[in-house]
Design a protein around this ligand. Structure first.
Ligand code: ATP
Ligand code: MG
Length: 571
């Protein structure tokens, strides 16, 4: 491609509305333009990268035995009502009516449509397993679209759906996708980690997210340096204590007695600790939740945080929310800030870490009061001890007791074992060997294409611009003659350009009548892996300079050898 003819509107200044580096660089490198909130056009340079990532995905999906299809964006409400998600999906689902007044939506995902296709197309176990995928535009009316292609409203997603006869076979399909995902992100040159992820309300199933390691990532992960355990922070387990039954020894007469203390306006753990001169570890934090409308109290140590996802999974409820003031008042008899387990009128769960506590400070369920020396088994009971808190970096690995480490990541892919959730709701069945109807066992597997590109830039950039891995770079080589008015330079550049094109190299020639400095700046910004600089002094000596942007390495190569040098660098 001739730079002079490219539509490549680069920007010098950092765009003020772009917070993360990938968003800034995609705008500056002329890859994307915003149309409206969370909706972007891909310009030529950006679209080439998108297409390369899509192609890698496509090749690996095909290799894993999945078959490509293409489903519509507009979907009828009926299917979503069948699955039950018309009510449950919430505002991310963009709904509208057509001229015949039929309810429709823009597909945020395609479980319903693909299940409808397969239930009509698969009759017998002989036709199984199947895995259908597409690379298609999704619309999700995200509450806070941000970070450019990282969290937008309209985006390209690869979504695959597997259909198996039974759970064992579904596990194999899942494993194939897991392997394919590893290959895809490796081929994109990314540093990533598959982590165990929460499966939400679809109990019994499992899932993995693929997180690209980046400080700007929205997800946290905990991983073990010894055994390779890795999980999203939402999911990361804490080992069950060896002794999870507390011995109920008789209480000594001299044991400290429950003591009421006046703590006016002292509500938070910090305030309680400062006022009573105790450590947060000596205080119990009592949180009241509404689980499907029923109050439940959860106790954790004052220095720890409740993990709401663990609580929700433990209770098996559909909706878990912090209780509103009136529910707290009705349950505890006191306002927020003074709630405790002694005499509270609801189910009480406690985190494992409370098993070690002896005499603790708790809210007194009375405004402006706390109890001191509260003791489990004497002053209050709990229904169960469980893993209900957020993991900490000092916790041992739940699998091998090794050291846990934290990192941040960007979720680029998600593999999910669905089981029979959709096939039951939508009656997607097949006939087994005995002619008996069985539900199809499903899996779903997504990759955000644009988010993968953004994640790549988060990992590979410097102060001057993007540094593309060769596999997804928009072009492999840029030829930069420092002065187009110097006939020898221009001729040498044109000759190399033609040679490389003939070899199938993806190459740009910067044939603009610009100063060398301007050309270098643009080449650095758009991040082409190899830059060939053709300058008068070197050329007089029969040489050109080749810079590898990824390593910073500069090589002087004779004009005669340059073509082979480049071919061996990129193949
Ligand atoms: P998130 O938790 O980030 O919202 P999700 O769990 O909703 O993601 P999935 O429904 O599993 O995501 O979608 C599959 C993939 O699609 C994600 O792994 C991600 O790469 C991509 N994706 C999801 N939402 C967006 C978005 N708003 N913008 C860009 N990519 C997205
Ligand atoms: Mg989402």
């Amino acid at each position: 491609m001739r730079y002079s003819q490219m539509f490549l509107p680069t920007i010098k200044e950092i765009p003020s509305d772009a917070e993360v580096i990938s968003h800034q660089l995609m705008l500056r490198a002329g890859m994307i333009r915003k149309l409206t909130s969370g909706v972007y056009s891909y310009l030529p340079l950006g679209y080439r990268v998108i297409r390369k990532v899509e192609q890698i995905i496509r090749e690996e999906m095909n290799r894993a035995g999945a078959q490509e299809i293409f489903m519509p964006t507009v979907q009828p409400a009926e299917l979503w009502k069948e699955s039950g998600r018309w009510t449950f999906y919430g505002k991310e689902l963009l709904r509208f009516r057509d001229r015949r007044d039929s309810e429709c939506c823009l597909g945020p995902t395609h479980e319903e449509v693909v299940t409808d296709i397969v239930r009509n197309g698969v009759k017998s176990y002989r036709q199984l397993p199947q895995n259908l995928y597409q690379i298609q535009t999704k619309f999700r009316d995200e509450m806070r679209p941000r970070f450019g292609l990282m969290r937008c409203r309209e985006f390209s997603m690869k979504d695959a759906y597997s259909f198996d006869a039974d759970a064992e076979s579904a596990d194999i399909s899942y494993q194939k996708m897991f392997t394919a995902y590893n290959r895809i992100f490796e081929r994109c040159g990314l540093k990533f980690r598959p982590v165990e992820a929460d499966t939400g309300s679809i109990g019994g199933s499992y899932s993995h997210e693929f997180l690209v390691i980046a400080d700007s990532g929205e997800d946290g992960m905990a991983y073990c340096a010894s055994c390779g355990y890795a999980a999203n922070l939402e999911k990361a387990e804490i080992a069950k204590p060896e002794n999870d039954v507390i011995p109920r020894e008789p209480f000594a007469i001299e044991a400290p007695k429950l003591e009421e203390v006046c703590t006016p306006e002292v509500r938070t753990i910090e305030e309680v600790c400062a006022f009573l001169k105790v450590r947060p570890e000596d205080v119990i934090k009592t949180l009241v939740f509404s689980a499907d409308g029923i109050p439940v109290a959860v106790l954790v140590r004052g220095d720890e945080e409740v993990n709401e996802i663990k609580v929700k999974n433990y209770l098996g409820c559909d909706v878990l929310e912090m209780a509103m003031d009136d529910m707290i008042q009705a349950t505890a008899g006191s306002p927020r800030g003074f709630v405790g387990p002694v005499g509270i009128k609801c189910r009480v769960m406690a985190d494992y870490s409370l098993q070690k506590l002896t005499y603790v400070v708790v809210g007194a369920n009375k405004e402006n009061y706390h109890w001191k020396n509260a003791k489990y088994g004497r002053d209050f009971e709990v229904e169960a001890f469980a893993d209900l808190r957020v993991v900490r970096e000092t916790d041992p690995c739940p699998r091998c007791a090794g050291d846990i480490r934290f990192a941040r990541g960007i979720e680029v892919g998600h593999v999910f074992k669905l089981g029979t959730k959709y096939s039951k709701a939508m009656k997607a069945v097949y006939l087994d060997k005995n002619g008996k109807e069985q539900y199809l066992v499903m899996g779903c597997y997504g990759i955000g294409v644009g988010r993968t590109v953004a994640a790549c830039i988060e990992q590979y950039h410097d102060e001057n611009g993007i540094i593309w891995p060769l596999t997804i770079a928009p072009y492999e080589v840029i030829i930069t003659p420092v002065n187009m008015n110097d006939r020898d330079l221009a001729a040498a550049a044109e000759k190399l350009y033609t040679d490389l094109l003939t070899q199938g190299v993806e190459v740009i020639i910067d044939d603009r009548d610009e100063r060398a400095g301007v050309k270098f700046k643009d080449a650095d910004l758009i991040g082409i892996p190899l830059r060939v600089t053709i300058g008068p002094k070197n050329l007089a000596a029969g040489k050109v300079e080749i810079k590898d942007k990824r390593t910073g390495e500069v090589s002087m190569v004779s004009v005669a050898a340059v073509k082979n040098f480049i071919l061996s660098a990129i193949r």
